[in-house]
Design a protein around this ligand. Sequence first.
Ligand code: SF4
Length: 333
Amino acid sequence: MHRQYRRVQPLTRNAQPPRWVGRANAEGAIGNEHDILPDVPPEPDDIDRLESRLLKKIARASHDHLLIEPGDKIMVAVSGGKDSHVLLHLLELIRRRAPFKFSLIALNVDQCQPGFPKDLLPNYFAERGYDFRIVTEDTYSVVKEKIPEGKTTCSLCSRLRRGILYTRATQLEVTKIALGHHRDDFIETLLLNLLYSGQIKAMPARLQSDDGRHVVIRPLVYCAESEIAHYARAKAFPIIPCSLCGSQPNLQRQRVKELIANLSLENASVPNSLMAALENVRPSQLLDRNLLARLGGPDPAPPVQELPETNFEHELISVENLIASANQAGLRG
Ligand code: SF4
């Protein structure tokens, strides 16, 4: 399996030793199952406690954002990465324990990447007794044809995959589509938008598609990536590496990931603080006049009309005249 590891250097002398960070794809999923983890097998008790913590976080997310409701038929998108494996496994545990009925369908999109282990997920799903579907669509060739060699292919690849998910969701008449994005995806997206897009936004835990026909949910919103990686490793899920497509890593996301990791070495609460910020927005302390208007403030002023250059010159001359007049008046006084 192809792995790429890099050291994240601490910013201060007294910080903890460097940690190991794996390669992330465009959707923020780290490309293998061993990121940020010490190479020490976890104790069974630790894993039970971790599992219970993760289940509580999913339950809280579901409560806060109405993610899992009675009668739901939830399609879980399983790419074979650690996040989607953990999501499916924990949702199944919740399904068995929940006081109301809902159902799950695991769906994997085989995008025909070279070396994709076609039997791995079907065998795993069948062994575990999941209701599942495998959809084979050669988006890999489409992406290779459209994107020049050496460029990041994730954006088009993700859009094509999302389209396939929506089509299948309609055919299967599911009520929701569950994706494996976790807390770190949310805060990295927030910082990426702040730093590179001039927008304050992350992603929603529950999203209605533009045409109103689909609801996408992200039940792992409160779960840290390190917890998910730890749990996935302990459970030995059959992980498929995301490096099969040969895409270049998204360098901006990589930088943001490193930034958060470095700041966390100085202050471990940085990721949670970023997450808390998403739940604690103070619109009155921002400058978005449209947002303030939507919240009942004054309507935004109409856009400023650019003055023609001649008028501007004229205005400057007028100001100069005004100053001259004032000076004269002062002299007279
Ligand atoms: S191009 Fe590769 S890394 Fe990017 S989203 Fe597609 S499969 Fe994942």
